[in-house]
Design a protein around this ligand. Sequence first.
Ligand SMILES: [Zn+2]
Length: 304
Amino acid sequence: MEIQQHLRMLHRLGLYAVPGWDGGKLLPGTNQRELSLQPPSLDQILAADYSDGLIILAGTENPFGGFVVAIDVDNGPEYWHDRQMPKGFLYDELGTQNHKRHIFVRTTDRLEGCLNLVVRGTGELVAEIKGLNLSLRSWPTIPPGKPRGYLPMSWPINPAKDPPVGTAKQLAHELAELLSRTLGESVWIKDFDRPRVQGNDHRVVPTSLAHQVDSELESRGCKLRNPSGSGWQSGFCPFHDNTNTRAFSVNLTLGWKCFSTCGSGSIFDLAHKLGLTGSPNRSTRKRNKPSQHKPVNVTWEVRF
Ligand SMILES: [Zn+2]
């Protein structure tokens, strides 16, 4: 593919290319933050020299709505289907090997810095989600020491029909779920600070209620376990079809959280949700809206 044609395609999708060098570095003296906040014009993009590498900025505002995040998948499924691409999908390229991918997506908020997805336990990095202050090297760059560069794979013909529906963190959770499913390992966001699941409900959880909740979770096949030694246990979520990714976290004195879309809350709220008690009279937390996995009429241009 002609580089000028590629640059125009990226620009049409609201992706801004800048020249790089030595594989993936920005040119010396480049202020990446400034560039992302005030991206170059199409004329400037087309006039630049990409012979030492091409980089796509992350954290830019997108003309179709939302903000761009660049997803660098180091260890994913060998084959991705378009339908697996997150909502707000813009562009996908194959990395230096079949399980490596670069995927550009819009989110409703502007991510600062990076969210790292790692395998729970081993800590192996499987994907990075990059926002403002970061960027991703791209086709036709050939990284030093790598046998080949990147290969453009697919992009939507009509990106405006696929608006972003979630925040960068929601995207990270969805991607963690997808990678957990396809890799058969539990992938989660590294250093993810535990949500304040209590909300304003500071009541002490009675031991009897904690026991009731614990045995109900056991009877529903949650298989709770506590590898970290903290009060938090992970298991299979009782509220959605979840049999291998341990999407559910619970602390019997603090609360619970589903890393998919079932929400989070206090133990009083969990007891209610499990049908053990009546309505929790002081539950003031906000419930996460389930994400909408409605099919969209997006058409794709795919190259293999
Ligand atoms: Zn769930």
